[in-house]
Design a protein around this ligand. Structure first.
Ligand code: CUA
Length: 339
């Protein structure tokens, strides 16, 4: 390739990167810079002020460095000349005074203004509680007072203060839905709480933010913020037992599920399957993704996931089982009916 060709190739690659990076700014994407609540907005403005301060200090330092390089053959300071007192003054102002002022200001604003806004809501001050349990590597979601149990997808009503109680079933994870609030650690033997609130309807991505093992990066979640009546209908549906299989293929699938090791790890409410290790599958077909946002939840991916779970998410707890004849299709037909 010619030199000009390489240059334009580089420009095209940069442009493509910029387009991809900007595509990440979609409404439903995980972003600190697209806040939907008071705490998230305070975190965002703190971030912008920190960036602005850092830019000023960085440009100042680089400017002084450039100036000293330009004047490398001359002695003394510009304007002030060879003055020991002024030189010492610069060191005191830029090396001691400005860092102290900047750090004290950051500490004060962060701790006195922003941190209290992001604190957990007072006990009894919210009308809805969501329990989130971190597992390697997925999120269990419960709605106390109802039978609803789901995984990796949290639904909340819009403009409603929701208390999120975070726990862990194994190691330390961190729950983080940055459009809504700051992160909280979820730890074994401890409960941490945070406010979940959004004044905008939408789907917001969240992520485990504490390294928790091989598939830490594939421990994503969605927060769905819905109009109140839509949320109520969803919660009612999630609280019901699983739908009965329709058709003989799905019936064979249900019997297989009960007789194979599946039922030892997964619960399907309304059936004999009551395992506690994996996600509750009572309404698995209503979920948008499988394996904590790793793959879409459709017939093809569902079959591929059951056939070889280690292919998509190596190290996860789900073993590959051996299927014969139409067994896999039967199982998928049953699970696909669990709306
Ligand atoms: Cu769970 Cu990282």
């Amino acid at each position: 390739m010619s030199r000009a060709g390489r240059k334009w190739g580089g420009v095209a690659a940069l442009a493509a990167f910029a387009v991809l990076a900007l595509a990440g700014c979609d409404n439903d994407q995980q972003s600190v810079l697209d806040p939907v609540s008071h705490p998230a907005r305070d975190i965002e403005s703190l971030w912008w002020w920190m960036l602005a301060g850092a830019v000023v200090i960085f440009l100042g330092a680089v400017g002084l460095l450039g100036l000293s390089w330009l004047r490398r053959d001359r002695g003394g300071l510009p304007v002030f000349g060879d003055n020991e007192g002024v030189a010492r003054g610069f060191v005191v102002v830029f090396g001691i005074l400005i860092p102290i002022v900047a750090l004290v200001a950051l500490f004060t604003i962060g701790n006195i203004f922003v941190l209290p806004v992001t604190q957990a809501p007072a006990a009894g001050s919210t009308s809805l509680t969501v329990e989130v349990v971190g597992h390697q590597w997925w999120w269990e979601v419960r709605y106390p007072g109802t039978k609803a149990v789901t995984a990796n997808e949290i639904h909340i009503p819009v403009s409603t203060r929701v208390l999120l109680v975070g726990r862990s079933a194994d190691v330390i994870h961190s729950f983080w839905a940055p459009n809504l609030n700051r992160k909280i650690d979820v730890m074994p033997g401890r409960e941490n709480r945070i406010l979940l609130y959004s004044d905008r309807v939408g789907r917001f991505r969240g992520q485990c933010a504490e390294f928790c093992g091989l598939q830490h990066a594939h421990m994503g979640l969605y927060v769905y913020v819905e109009p109140k009546d839509e949320f109520d209908a969803w919660l009612r549906r999630m609280s019901t037992p699983a739908a009965a299989p329709s058709g003989s293929q799905a019936q064979r699938g249900r019997d297989l599920f009960a007789s194979m090791p599946c039922a030892g790890c997964h619960t399907i409410r309304g059936t004999s399957a009551a395992g506690k290790l994996g996600p509750d599958l009572t309404h698995v077909a209503s979920r948008e993704t499988l394996a904590a946002l790793t793959i879409p939840n459709d017939r093809g991916y569902l079959a591929a996931w059951i056939d070889d779970p280690q292919h998509f998410k190596p190290g996860n707890r789900m073993p590959a089982l051996h299927f014969e004849g139409s067994e896999l299709e039967d199982l998928v037909a049953y699970l696909e009916g669990l709306e």
